[in-house]
Design a protein around this ligand. Structure first.
Ligand SMILES: [Zn+2]
Length: 422
């Protein structure tokens, strides 16, 4: 019976092949986009990004070594004792200790930070900063860190002393609330310390962004532009704020270096973060992780105190001088769970990518942006590599997402997009 069908089958196959030859193939289109990155550019961004894998390890070893010496040389106990001469108020003493500790850590880490944050960035052509600017911003960051961390630590250690058995649960709750507060105040009090934010002047692109925002439930009346070119050559945009301080900002590199279609593609993604409540979701995710984190910190610090407490002259958890051990345990925990936190963030980034494609309808412009972002992010990693080290989808994943979207919307008008590479 099948023999009789053979001519029909051949006919069907022929037509099938003909249509296939003219149809848009998402995977082919993806490969064509990927091929537009030159070998030299790919090697450079791969080297930069893969270097970051090692920095994770370097930073961890550094954090552990610093804690070991700060405790072992008796610096922590001495700092505590000196502060005790000034004040008997526990909360004030704790805050002063944290200020002293953060300053000591920053000063001693200066060579490492200088190499990671200044020389390495310049070597890869990603930084626009002068050394003086780098130092000024470093000093500002230090002040901000002390202002945030001193009260946070004072509250956590108050919980340790009041509730020796359950302080780790309190610690997790306090840090989560602090995280939410800091996200809310960053756009108003912190971001302006580093960059100038101004409303985008009236222009077609501003109207298009606001229209897309309104269509997706974002009550924005302004879009902000900030001078990120002061620090770096990277293009980026973000949604920041919480509890009424939310704002959509895009950086001047994005405006200067890309087409309006690319700006729309990026803003579709950012609006996605807002509409899908990614801020709140991340805070909840962090809250859950921090419960496990504090449980680990408690065990690790207790173990270290039992073993070395006498030598360090720090005997109990309620003593703020154990803080360097807590920070080291926290760094160890966060490094080990990097694949989990990265996957959490990368998943919501992927969601925002889908949202942005549906909102902006600019698959080719989105692919072009993904290529530009691959100036500092390895474009085509292995799957395992992406799961472990990527907090955003790789360029290849993003281009593939865009081309699949395009393949399903071929009959629609996306004519404003720049032509695809083939
Ligand atoms: Zn994003």
């Amino acid at each position: 019976m099948f023999r009789h069908c053979k001519p029909l089958l051949l006919l069907a196959l022929f037509f099938g092949l003909c249509t296939a030859a003219y149809a848009f193939d998402a995977e082919q289109a993806t490969q064509a986009w990927l091929a537009t990155q030159s070998t030299a550019d790919r090697l450079r961004s791969d080297a930069y990004f893969e270097g970051g894998y090692w920095l994770l390890l370097v930073d961890l070893v550094w954090a552990l070594a610093f804690a070991w010496f700060f405790m072992g040389l008796g610096a922590s106990a001495r700092l505590r004792d000196r502060i005790a001469r000034f004040t008997r108020r526990r909360w004030l003493a704790d805050m002063l200790y944290i200020a002293g500790y953060v300053i000591a850590l920053t000063v001693i880490s200066l060579p490492l930070n200088l190499w990671e944050g200044y020389f390495r960035e310049h070597n890869y052509g990603l930084s626009n900063q002068s050394l003086g600017q780098w130092f000024t911003e470093g000093a500002t960051s230090l002040v901000v860190a002390v202002v945030f961390m001193a009260p946070l630590a004072a509250l956590i250690w108050a919980a340790v002393r009041r509730s020796p058995r359950h302080w780790w649960l309190w610690g997790s709750a306090i840090s989560t609330v602090f995280l939410a507060i800091s996200i809310a105040v960053v756009p108003v009090f912190v971001a302006p310390l580093f960059n100038d934010y101004k409303p985008l002047p009236d222009s077609p692109i501003r109207s298009q962004i606001l229209s897309m925002a309104r269509a997706n439930g974002v009550p924005a009346t302004e879009v902000y532009e900030f001078d990120a070119s002061r620090q770096s050559t990277r293009i980026s945009a973000n949604v920041s704020g919480l509890f009424g301080t939310e704002r959509v900002s895009l950086n001047d590199n994005l405006l200067k270096r890309t087409t309006p279609a690319e700006v729309r593609a990026v803003m579709g993604h950012e609006i996605g973060h807002y509409t899908l409540n990614h801020g709140i979701k991340l805070i909840i995710g962090f809250g859950l992780i921090s419960v496990a984190g504090f449980a680990f910190i408690r065990r690790a610090s207790q173990w270290a105190l039992t073993r070395y407490g006498a030598r360090w002259r720090v005997q109990e958890m309620g003593d703020i001088a154990v803080a360097p051990v807590v920070v080291a345990a926290f760094t160890l925990f966060m490094t080990v769970i990097t694949p989990l936190t990265n996957t959490m963030v990368r998943s919501i980034e992927q969601e925002a990518d889908y949202f942005g494609l549906n909102a902006a309808r600019e698959p080719d412009a989105f692919a072009r942006v993904a290529l530009r972002l691959s100036e500092y992010r390895k474009i085509n990693p292995s799957r395992v590599e992406e799961i472990i080290f990527f907090d955003h989808p790789s360029g290849a994943t993003r281009i593939r997402t865009a081309m699949r979207w395009k393949a399903e919307h071929l009959d629609e008008n996306t004519a404003s997009a720049p032509p695809s590479p083939h």
